[in-house]
Design a protein. Structure first.
Length: 155
């Protein structure tokens, strides 16, 4: 009887650990999915809630790597919402490990000024701390998007 109780206790502990591990990964992935949803909606308030106060981003852009703090990110989200409508992010792959979530995604949107539709592929790795995004490394095909919108090379 004692052996059975110990076995059941060990099984319950093991199940709780697996549940906790899976929940942590799901929670991190849910935060990242909410982050991309907020980008789609241009929802600066939701972005603010999802990132840490000391957020830092390292975004590979046309002119090199842009460093962004929380306020600069919120400004970028606001400017993006003004420049694009019908924004959707399709998350193709979402992988989480040790508090980081990596995403391969495609953004599709309509550019307000040109009226053209475009798509841009990218990758992002986000580090979470305390359930909030603390750091982001990302690279997006800005040149490809500019070409599609007729904004590059005098098009």
């Amino acid at each position: 009887m004692k052996r059975l109780a110990l076995s059941l206790g060990a099984a319950a502990l093991g199940a709780a650990l697996v549940y906790s591990f899976r929940r942590r990964h799901t929670d991190s992935e849910d935060v990242v999915r909410a982050y991309f949803d907020a980008w789609s909606d241009g929802d600066v308030d939701s972005i603010r809630d999802l990132i840490s106060d000391d957020f830092q981003a390292h975004v590979r852009a046309l002119d090199g790597t842009e460093e962004r703090d929380a306020d600069e990110l919120l400004s970028a989200v606001s400017n993006h919402a003004k420049a694009f409508s019908e924004v959707e992010y399709e998350l193709h792959d979402v992988l989480s490990h040790n508090g980081c979530v990596a995403v391969r995604a495609t953004m599709s949107a309509r550019h307000e000024e040109s009226g053209r539709d475009g798509e841009m592929e990218g990758i992002a790795m986000l580090r979470l701390d305390g359930g909030r995004i603390a750091e982001e490394w990302s690279s997006w095909d800005y040149l490809g998007l500019a070409n599609q919108l007729g904004l590059a090379n005098g098009k």
